[in-house]
Design a protein. Sequence first.
Length: 442
Amino acid sequence: MKNRFKGKKFTVMGLDGAGRGIKDVRYLLQNRAGVIGTDLKSEEELPEAVALAKKFSNLKLILGKHRLGDFKHRDFVIRAALAPLDSPYLAEARRNGIPIVSDETFFLLNAPKIFTIGVTGTRGKTTVTHMVAEILTETGRRVFLGGNVQDMALLPLLGEVCDGDVVVMELDSWKLQSFAENKISPQIAIFTTFFPDHLNYYKGDLERYWEDKSAIFKNQRPGDVLIVSQQVAGTMKKQGYKLAQKFIIAQKLPPEWSLKVLGAHNRQNAGLALDVARKLGVSDEVSRRALEGFKGVPGRLECIGEHRGIKFYNDTTATTPEGVMAALRSFPKYKKKIVLIAGGSDKGLMYDGMMGVVVEYCRALVLLPGTATEKISKSEYLNPKQIPTTKAQDMKEAMEEAMNVAAPDDIIILSPGAASFGIFKNEYDRGDQFTTLFKRLE
């Protein structure tokens, strides 16, 4: 294994020091590949990459810029997730006939005879990914997680997976761009929901976003399976799809099954996972045991504790208006007893629908800085006489403002409905700051 990619030349575009990127690069270097790592960030912003280059002579770093020459005469380009659709560097690689892959695509092209389950959707994909993995682990199978799962690099798994293992992959639209380009799809594909998102990246083109998302099933083969929610099925019907693979519309979770995770949206997520299990021959008894024991994923309507009779929920991964609405509707008995911390960086989304639900459910609204906050502030539904609204400069001030208006038996929820760019490193940093501040209250 240590010579698996000996002599192969890679350009890795994007070096995520805190997560998957740097781990994938390390794996390639350990397998004797030659790697050019290129990123727009500086040396100061990527100390992990600089340290790696000192250890491995087969790594060359180009930081603070990209160069067209690094996208020629290579065996593979592993692309950055957020590389623009019209990136001149990826266009240069295509002109030179160099395969462009994501780490997920490259993993699948080199993995043994594993069984792959892929999950996408605007909302719910992380939870469904973990639910499916929990059920299959309960059966005693060897199950691995990959894709967008936080900090989980896929390339190192090439040294661990064996024939017959199951890999459950969470796949966003950028990962699926690479699936489309390389004409691959998972053997079981799950499509949870489809709502407007990332329209800043797609320049307002919702059809282009759908095109990337639907790549999860477009290259499936006869005998493969597609499982979708009722909502996605309606979108597909409008598109006029005729599919070669088996097509399943997920049914509702049996009403007598009781989940630890809150909300109707999570019952839908569990229903999707149940259909995957049934397709794979897992008994409902095993699925019920796994789903009823499932405690949720951090940062997704996660109850982090209680202080002075006030419950706190970290829902930092709710980065769309639909995510916020799902969170608020999970607390029907707490109407006008919720203090919501929201706002952030705009992704080209509309907030009027969300604000109607906010006014219905919330006692008060605290807004974090960002372009989405400016949109929210201008919503015709935001009447300060109906819902007191304050703006905070950072998470510390947001927590203080929330505590000023919350009363015993209230709920404080961080559910932003927007991206984290600006005052946070990423959405996880945003949630971590919220959780840290709560612990200081205790």
